[in-house]
Design a protein around this ligand. Structure first.
Ligand SMILES: Cc1ncc(COP(=O)(O)O)c(C=O)c1O
Length: 395
């Protein structure tokens, strides 16, 4: 073997960190592979099967040879159907040409940050926030400016503090409601304030609505409802992953103003090209016919949310506000800090190694007093997992 000089990575690659959620998933997988029965609250992965109608449509597409490149921005049918669905639900003005189908919502966000941001720019976003947002913003050379939301009011996102954080360097305001990891939501009034302000200042509101269907006790709100009034200020990212339990299909999308859509199309044309052809056929079938399955999932998550919040609040040292949306509980766990468990990372490690329970440390989301538990897992996992956590922390 001939070894050369150590591989030199770009500064960009060296600065980026692996997603903490993926790290927990990998460690949990290692334990599972060794035969350990892990109670997995780690990944945000619905435990429901993908809708049969989607599976069947994709199977048929494969059988019929729909296996070639499609237009880079996705099939015209799916782009139109996504725009029509948004128009029907929210009165948005977008048409198929205003939609780019992407390789998951993650790729839409990544391409958007590359399309909009330059070194020196700032992006204002509520915190705690999904691990990927700050990394993507930094990757584009810009700076994330986080604005805290608080456990006291259920992590609601308020317009005032976000707008106060805007400076002359701000290029975009990034919203994610319902929020991963907190379940925090934004009211239609606050959302309107943010978008109107952005429109006045020439800023972009990037609204990541991946969990938009999972709202339990708050009025639904979507930036799509404001796109007709403020067409240049709204870029909406959506995903089939959580809504339809189609995480592995990798289908997401962007809806937005023409210049942004064109820039993202160009970037995508040099990055992924089209998302997988037959996966888009499945996604189209889900969008058209899988509403009954979605309703079932929403009802089940609503019930599990009660179970998990109640169970976590029974554990001494934990405090859990039932999340308003999404499918994550984000309890405060500072009351359990002690020797060997001095941070959310140490608590997560302790629970994985001592109780074979996988959770994500809140530090990954900028909140070291918390841990995140996904309740997109079976009720049996919920029951046994909660029991194990209580027993392990009582030791
Ligand atoms: C807040 C948020 N946005 C976007 C995504 C991206 O999902 P996908 O790329 O599977 O569409 C996720 C996935 O966990 C998420 O939590």
């Amino acid at each position: 073997m001939i070894r050369s000089a150590p591989v030199k990575l770009s500064a960009r690659a060296a600065a980026i960190q692996e997603s903490a959620t993926l790290r927990v998933t990998r460690r949990a997988a290692e334990l599972k592979a060794r035969g350990v029965k892990v109670m997995d609250f780690g990944a945000g992965e619905p435990d429901f099967p993908s809708p049969p109608v989607a599976v069947e449509a994709a199977r048929q597409a494969l059988a019929e040879g729909f296996t070639r490149y499609t237009p880079g921005s996705g099939t015209p049918e799916l782009r139109s159907a996504i725009a029509e669905s948004s128009a029907a639900r929210w009165g948005s003005p977008w048409q198929g040409k205003d939609c780019v189908v992407t390789v998951g919502g993650k790729a839409a966000l990544f391409e958007l940050t590359l399309a909009l941001l330059e070194p020196g720019d700032e992006v204002v976003l509520p915190s705690p926030c999904w691990v990927t947002f700050p990394e993507q913003i930094r990757f584009a050379g810009a700076t994330p400016v986080t604005v805290p939301t608080s456990v006291e009011d259920g992590f609601r996102i308020h317009a005032g503090p976000l707008l106060e954080a805007v400076t002359t360097r701000t290029r975009a305001i990034l919203l994610n409601a319902p929020c991963n990891p907190t379940g925090g939501v934004i009211s239609p009034e606050d959302l309107r304030r943010v978008v109107a302000f952005a429109a006045e200042r020439g800023l972009m509101v990037i609204s990541d609505e991946t969990y938009e269907r999972f709202v339990y006790d708050a009025p639904p709100a979507s930036a799509a409802a404001l796109a007709a009034e403020f067409p240049d200020a709204v870029a909406l990212v959506g995903s089939f992953s959580k809504t339809y339990a189609m995480t592995g299909w990798r289908i997401g999308y962007l809806l937005g103003p023409a210049p942004v859509v064109h820039a993202v199309e160009s970037i995508q044309s040099h990055a992924t090209s089209n998302p997988t052809s037959f996966a888009m056929v499945g996604a189209l079938a889900a969008l058209r016919h899988a509403e009954p399955e979605v309703e079932v999932m929403i009802a089940e998550y609503r019930a599990r949310r009660e179970i998990i919040a109640e169970g976590l609040n029974r554990i001494p040292g934990f405090r859990c506000i039932p999340p308003h949306g999404a499918f994550y509980a984000f309890p405060e766990v500072r009351g359990c800090f002690g020797p060997g468990r001095r941070s959310s990372i140490e608590i997560a490690e302790y629970l994985l190694e001592e109780a074979a329970v996988a959770v994500v440390p809140g530090a990954a989301f900028g909140a070291d007093d918390h841990i995140r538990l996904s309740f997109a897992c079976s009720r049996a996992t919920l029951a046994e997992g909660l029991e194990r956590i209580a027993a392990a922390l009582a030791r």
